[in-house]
Ligand binder design. Structure first.
Ligand code: KIV
Length: 265
């Protein structure tokens, strides 16, 4: 696949000013990334949610930089049209600007992805500025920061309006091209969206963000454990897979698969 036809970072950011809503989903593997790209989403995130939905860990802290790059390289080869963003896993952006450039640089060098996402706002503005200065586009992630789950004591709606507004403004001032707003009240997300000129991408942040993102496993009904209340499942693939596998097992045990149509003469 050629990334030459992809939505660029400036085009993605310009969608806000054109009044066009932005759709983003996560992907971690080749076939899924191709399907999402074919469906026309503007952005694909290789999220650190990989840790939970693919690797089966309890939170996002476990996934390594090497694992993120492994999946980013696969997704990067699959996507032709969408902007591809990769999460900086914990704590790859927290060790100072120099280390952050080294880690984000590896992501861009070793995959055909175009930008990184990092959890942080005002507290990460020096890192965002350093990455942007090094030619690495940054999507910030404010509101609920899943990598801070132990500090927060759980995944809760974030309501500190003053801090969240300051975080989003600091991310914009530092050069971020977009900001994810996770789990914040819809009114506050609307205010932030009006106050900054870069696109806001909401997840559990109401309808007035410039775009929306969901974890693909949640959207497709593939998540076996807890699904947050802000998710809308557009399919129930989990049930369909279990049903299909059950029918395969039944046919094998009954001797009706393979039949003449699936056998060689
Ligand atoms: O890791 C992730 O999937 C995310 C979301 C914004 C969906 O960060």
């Amino acid at each position: 696949m050629s990334p030459a036809k992809r939505i660029t970072v400036p085009k993605f950011a310009a969608m806000k000013h054109a009044g066009e809503k932005i759709t983003m989903l996560t992907a971690y593997d080749y076939p899924t990334a191709r399907l999402l790209d074919a469906a026309g989403v503007e952005g694909i995130l290789v999220g650190d949610s990989l840790s939970m939905v693919v690797q089966g860990h309890e939170n996002t802290l476990s996934v390594t930089l090497d694992a993120m790059i492994y999946h980013a390289e696969i997704v990067g080869r699959a996507v032709e049209h969408a902007l591809v963003v990769v999460d900086m896993p914990f704590p790859s952006n927290l060790l100072g600007p120099y280390k952050a450039i080294e880690n984000a640089g590896r992501i861009l060098k070793e995959s055909a992805c175009q930008a990184v996402k990092l959890e942080g706002g005002a507290d990460q503005s020096d890192v965002i500025a350093a990455l942007v200065g090094a030619g690495i586009p940054v999507m910030a992630h404010c509101g609920l920061r899943p990598q801070a789950v132990h500090t927060l004591g759980g995944y809760r709606v974030q309501r500190d309006a003053e801090r969240l507004m300051a975080d989003a403004k600091a991310a914009e001032a530092a050069g971020a091209f977009a900001v994810v707003l996770e789990c914040i009240p819809a009114d506050l997300a609307r205010e932030i969206t009006k106050a900054i000129s870069i696109p806001t991408i909401g997840i559990g942040a109401g309808a007035d963000c410039d775009g929306q993102i969901l974890v693909i496993h949640d959207l497709l009904g593939l998540s076996s454990d807890y699904v947050p209340s802000f998710v809308k499942a557009y399919a129930d693939l989990g049930t369909q897979i279990t049903d299909a596998v059950g029918r395969f097992r039944h046919d094998v045990r009954e001797g009706t698969f393979p039949g003449p149509g699936q056998s060689f003469k």
